[in-house]
Design a binder for this molecule. Structure first.
Ligand SMILES: Cc1cc2nc3c(=O)[nH]c(=O)nc-3n(C[C@H](O)[C@H](O)[C@H](O)COP(=O)(O)OP(=O)(O)OC[C@H]3O[C@@H](n4cnc5c(N)ncnc54)[C@H](O)[C@@H]3O)c2cc1C
Length: 388
């Protein structure tokens, strides 16, 4: 019998387990893979503040530190943004193999029981608790818990079983492919983003440096707009920009770009991170929100145990916390994404040209949109209330 069972040892799950265990709860954290943190399905970019609000940074987690982002429109017009402005995905490029493992270790240090190679299968309500069935190396295990936290990623089985989320449609998810490449000739001080329907329909391509001439080179495309697989677009992109280097790893994955869900709770249940579609609809970045959501889920689990109230009504205080933290940004960026999807390559070139060369270090995101609005009022007018 546990107070909390957490499914999935990504950033959201380990953070939830760590927080709940630090509050003195009996916590079980399960992970279906045999190793936490691998394979890495992530470009590993995150802002410094998103990490530093929760942890003292350990140099072992950091593969590279960047000072800004360079964004390229389809005709390669360059827009340079400083780190403070470039959003949740720029500042550090992590070594997630180490980072994810370390948060799980901190959860264990705080008293959580951690089980790898243990997959959640189903749950049922029995009286005022849940019976949770899981499978560990062929063996069926059943435990009881007061609270179940689903942090099982983009295809959350738990979230769908609970009826909180449904399978995503082809325009609500980005399909991604990424190589880790070495032997590259790039400036390691920046992350690079390449836009355009031709390069990445409904998404973008990225190059995130990882030190020693290596980088995560990847692409995300919206399946509804794409005619080929993400990997084919990625190969084409690498050829187009003439990138020379050796491929040392390949991963494919998906990111929800849904926007804000109404609720991430049900009786006895909370969803956090990608399982609750907490990733950003414009950038696809989700580590920062996963950490924050996991933290809030752990806190609310503690309050629920203290009050002996596991109803959805009580757990809605978790919704309030994550929505106050990043809900507005999810809503705003969903609107921006919808606008972005309608833009052809010519429009993107026009927008980039109007701000290329400006000193964006001294401008806020609002100021940039204001600047773009001045140059293209008709194009962006419906966004004015969201950004100004
Ligand atoms: C190619 C790519 C590039 C990306 N780049 C970035 C980036 O640069 N910056 C950024 O911020 N975000 C990025 N993201 C998104 C980011 O990786 C996710 O938002 C983040 O990992 C979400 O964390 P999470 O804890 O919610 O889920 P995950 O990290 O997906 O963790 C979920 C865990 O649950 C486990 N699990 C699943 N089902 C079960 C089960 N039944 N039983 C037990 N365990 C289970 C999984 O094995 C996994 O370990 C990228 C994603 C992709 C695909």
């Amino acid at each position: 019998m546990y107070d909390v069972v957490v499914v999935g040892a990504g950033p959201a799950g380990s953070m939830a387990a760590k927080t709940a265990a630090e509050k003195g709860l009996e916590v079980l954290l399960i992970e279906k893979r045999q190793e936490i943190g691998t394979p890495v399905r992530c470009a590993e970019g995150i802002s410094k503040t998103s990490i530093e609000r929760f942890f003292e940074v350990d140099k072992r987690w950091i593969a590279a530190e960047v000072i800004g982002a360079k964004i390229y429109s389809p005709d390669m017009t360059e827009v340079v943004m400083s780190e403070e402005m470039a959003g949740n995905e720029v500042g550090y490029v992590l070594e997630r193999k180490i980072f994810d493992r370390q948060i799980a270790r901190l959860a264990a240090k705080a008293g959580a029981e951690v089980r790898v190679k243990t997959a959640f299968e189903k749950f049922e309500r029995v009286g005022d608790k849940l019976k949770v069935q899981m499978r560990c190396i062929g063996e069926k295990i059943e435990v009881e818990t007061k609270i179940l936290i689903g942090a099982d990623g983009v295809e959350s089985k738990l979230g769908r079983m609970a009826g909180i989320i449904r399978t995503l449609k082809l325009d609500e998810i980005e399909s991604c492919a990424q190589y880790l490449m070495s032997g590259l000739d790039i400036d390691p001080n920046y992350t690079y983003f390449y836009l355009g329907r031709d390069i990445a329909p409904g998404g973008y391509a990225w190059v995130f440096p990882k030190g020693e001439n290596s980088a995560n080179v990847g692409i995300g495309v919206l399946p509804k707009m794409a005619e080929k697989s993400a990997k084919e677009y990625l190969d084409r992109f690498i050829e187009k920009i003439g990138m020379k280097g050796k491929i040392v790893e390949f991963v494919a994955g998906a990111v929800p770009v849904y926007g804000e869900i109404e609720t991430a709770v049900a009786d006895h249940l909370m969803l956090a991170g990608d399982a609750a579609y907490h990733s950003d609809p414009i950038t696809g970045g989700g580590i920062a929100n996963a950490l924050a959501a996991g933290y809030y889920a752990g806190l609310v689990a503690y309050e629920a145990v203290k009050n002996n109230d596991f109803s959805a009504e009580f757990l809605k205080r978790y919704d309030k916390l994550w929505k106050e933290d990043f809900g507005k940004k999810l809503r705003r960026n969903k609107k921006l994404q919808e606008k972005f999807l309608k833009m052809d390559d010519e429009t993107l070139n026009k927008l980039a040209k109007s701000i290329s060369g400006k000193n964006l270090k001294e401008m806020s995101v609002q100021a940039i949109v204001k600047e773009l609005l001045k140059a293209h009022p008709r194009l962006l007018w419906d966004l004015k209330d969201l950004f100004i």
